[in-house]
Design a protein. Structure first.
Length: 550
């Protein structure tokens, strides 16, 4: 009785160890098998069957149930990044299996109708060849005798040790290793895995850890394929209301690129095709009406296979309001001289004008009292009526005026101003007066149009339209037209035999002048003209001008 009770006590004491040993044995047995995922695709459909590129060569078997997944690829509406994933839509059962293909039908209901391109995943079990923890001796253990058959050996029976609990030290150390590597860099994982393999060469986990370390090391050292984009630079800020040119340099095999543009408050991007600009550069222009608020842009490169390849996150371009043009507050002074000769009758030297004028001016501001100018001039010429000159053959009457003037310009805005000039001069008859009046459309420092006229005592009148074109910084150009009866616009009070005493007839002048700014201050210009009163009473002309400003 005491011996039986002792046996029961020993058995109860050994029970926890036996339970642990049983669990470890189950774990070891389950560790013999690894699950391997074999992937395929739905490549075609045949009536009610789906044709898979998964066959016996990949381990597929008849009546096997596999998973069918739907691949999804979408463009992120804000960042523009390409997002790829897949979703399980059901299961398929293989009805026929050939070496490289198989036929399958839905095993149960599918959440989506299967189509070509769906992904097939088969979970195959690969059984390990050996287990290092299994005993190598395959002979069955000797039969054990019960305690009743050995009454004479109670001491030996009680002295035999109870089977200790099996403790899997490798599994414990591996668990501690994994816990210490949570969130660690892949390089640290590789070093620790290889260190574990060197310290535990006989562990059943060593082979798997070495393989994982090798795969991670190859992934780190593998050279990624070169990006299709070489460079893509965008400005940090631009002014509103101006077209924006965006360019990028691509790899030689790239077919093209697409520019995507959006303002921050939009959730969609507008695409603009980028055009080949040579030397692997592609560019696109964002219209001025799109450059109003901050912009977000990114590009996609079309590779040699015709597929769009993303190149990174969207970039933000700050759009600023265009500043108002303000001129310097200091006085801009100028001085110059010009001379002009015009022949109205190339057949006879009896209708001509010659005028030279010098001036000095000061410009104060852009609006209000803009500028004041003062100058002097010499006007000489000869003319008369067409009847006296062409029919009667009389000589032209000599006309001369030496004058001075004072001119002021008042600007109502940056682009509109008026000009008034008062003239006082001397001729053979005494003191003469006159004046000019103009309205200017545009700024005097840029391209502008002058419309107005002149009254010159003892000489006549003329209407003037003048365009000053300053589109080029170095080459200012001027076009001018005049309708005038000068220089004999007033009848003579003297009677001179053989000389026309009549008032001159109206003629037209066309003038073109081009200059060159040798420096920001010095400009020299030449002019050419053609004028006439009739088609048979006309001739050429020319002149020059020099100006300096500081």
């Amino acid at each position: 009785m005491a011996r039986a009770l002792q046996t029961r006590v020993v058995t109860m004491r050994a029970l926890p160890g036996l339970l642990v040993a049983s669990v470890i044995a189950c774990v070891c047995a389950s560790a013999r098998a690894d699950v391997v995922d074999v992937t395929g695709l739905v490549v075609a459909t045949d009536e009610h069957d789906l044709i898979l590129d998964l066959g016996a060569n990949q381990g597929a078997t008849r009546a096997e149930v596999v998973e069918i997944w739907r691949p999804i690829q979408v463009r992120h509406p804000v960042t523009g990044a390409l997002i790829t994933d897949r979703f399980l839509i059901g299961h398929l059962r293989l009805s026929q299996v050939r070496p490289s293909m198989s036929l399958a039908a839905p095993d149960g209901a599918l959440t989506r109708a299967a189509k070509i391109g769906d992904v097939i995943i088969a979970h195959h079990v690969a059984v390990a060849a050996t287990n290092p923890y299994e005993p190598t001796n395959t002979q069955p253990p000797p039969p054990q005798r019960s305690t009743r058959e050995q009454p004479s050996q109670p001491a030996q029976e009680s002295q035999q040790p109870v089977a200790p609990a099996v403790v899997d030290t490798d599994a414990g150390e591996l668990t501690a290793l994994f816990d210490s590597l949570r969130g660690a860099d892949p390089r640290v994982r590789v070093e620790r895995y290889e260190q574990y393999a060197r310290m535990h060469p006989s562990s059943r986990f060593t082979h798997a850890l070495v393989a994982d370390a090798r795969a991670m090391r190859m992934a780190q050292t593998a050279t990624p394929p070169p990006p299709w984009l070489v460079s893509f630079e965008t400005p940090e800020r631009v002014y509103a209301g101006s077209p924006l040119h965006i360019s990028a340099e691509l790899r030689p095999k790239a077919r093209g690129a697409i520019l995507f543009v959006a303002t921050p408050d939009r959730t969609t991007f507008e695409n603009v095709a980028m055009h080949d600009e040579g030397n692997n550069y592609f560019g696109a222009i964002i219209p001025a009406d799109k450059v109003e608020r901050d912009l977000r842009v990114f590009i996609e490169v079309i590779d040699d296979a015709g597929k769009a390849q993303p190149t990174g996150d969207a970039r933000t371009i700050e759009v600023r309001a265009r500043p108002e043009v303000t001129l310097a507050s200091h006085v801009l002074a100028s001085a110059g001289v010009w001379t002009d000769f015009a022949s109205y009758n190339v057949r006879a030297f009896n209708d001509w004008t010659f005028q030279t004028e010098g001036y000095f001016g000061a410009r104060f501001r852009d609006t209000g009292f803009r500028a004041v100018r003062s100058g002097f001039g010499v006007y000489r010429g000869a003319s008369g009526s067409l009847n006296d000159l062409d029919v009667l053959g009389l000589a032209g009457r000599d006309i001369g005026l030496t004058y001075g003037y004072l001119e002021a310009e008042i600007a109502f805005s940056h682009g509109v101003s008026v000009i008034g000039r008062a003239i006082v001069g001397l001729d053979e008859g005494g003191v003469e007066g006159g004046g000019q009046a103009f309205i200017r459309f545009g700024n005097d420092l840029g391209t502008n149009l002058l419309l107005g006229g002149e009254v010159l005592g003892g000489v006549g009148i003329r209407g003037i339209a003048q365009l000053e074109w300053n589109a080029s910084k170095r080459v200012p150009i001027m076009f001018r037209s005049e309708v005038t009866n000068q220089p004999a616009g007033v009848a003579s009070t003297q009677s001179t035999s053989g000389v026309s005493e009549s008032q001159g007839d109206v003629g037209v002048r066309l003038i073109a002048q081009a200059g060159y700014r040798f420096t920001d201050a010095l400009t020299i210009a030449l002019r050419a003209s053609y004028q006439g009163r009739t088609i048979n009473h006309a001739g050429p002309g020319g002149g020059a001008a020099v100006s300096y400003q500081w």
